[in-house]
Design a binder for this molecule. Structure first.
Ligand code: NAG
Ligand code: CA
Length: 197
């Protein structure tokens, strides 16, 4: 149980990351990912990188700049603009639904207008899932200029879409829906210089 703990990525590296040692049992038609990050990076960086052999950006939560999040499914992305922060912790959740392609995005528990991409796509489940680096290959292909520096916590993934109320629960590690993996029972392996504090 990692309650009240964070992964600290203390410096920019091309090979430090946290591997999530769990993955969906089946291909996904619905999913939600949530996490909290704390950084003063202004350059592009990866928050959650889920790669399959067929598609390195199968699921990717990426922050190209402080006022924007980019959410990829199957190599395509939508952008969500956010108010430029003052360096506070940011909690985000994104969900996707195959039957409509509808993407949802919550910023600090508040839903943003829905968008859509990759209707009828199926997300592969043979994935390498990591925090801290952006995969351009299955389990590798990192770019130091897209690495994460700072703190990441409260990481969850579900194989269903969540409601706003459930997202708000996840912000406090109390989602009320059983995740594929989550902060109360987070299976991880650290590679390189990352610390749990
Ligand atoms: C995915 O979500 C849609 C819409 O909520 C639902 O109709 C469908 O049954 C779900 N599919 C799976 C496999 O969970
Ligand atoms: Ca990539």
């Amino acid at each position: 149980d990692l309650m009240d703990k964070v992964f600290v990525f203390p410096q920019e590296t091309k090979d430090s990351y946290v591997l999530v040692q769990a993955k969906p049992e089946q291909p996904l038609l619905n999913f939600t990912v949530c996490l909290r990050s704390y950084t003063d990076l202004t350059r592009p960086h990866s928050l959650f990188s889920y790669a399959t052999k067929a598609q390195d950006n199968e699921i990717l939560l990426f922050k190209p700049k402080p006022s924007e999040y980019r959410f990829y499914v199957g190599g395509k992305f939508v952008t969500f603009r956010i108010p430029e922060g003052r360096g506070d912790r940011e909690h985000v959740c994104t969900s996707w639904e195959s039957t409509t392609g509808i993407v949802r995005f919550w910023f600090n528990g508040k839903p943003w207008p829905r968008k859509g991409l990759q209707k009828d796509y199926v997300v592969g489940n043979e994935a390498v899932i990591m925090l801290g680096q952006e995969q351009d290959a299955f389990g590798g292909g990192f770019d130091v200029h897209q690495s994460f520096m700072g703190e990441i916590s409260d990481v969850y993934m579900w194989d269903v879409g969540l409601s706003t109320r459930q997202v708000q629960g996840a912000m406090y590690n109390n989602p009320g829906v059983t995740p594929i993996f989550g902060w109360r029972n987070f299976p991880y392996k650290i590679n390189g210089e990352v610390y749990l504090r």
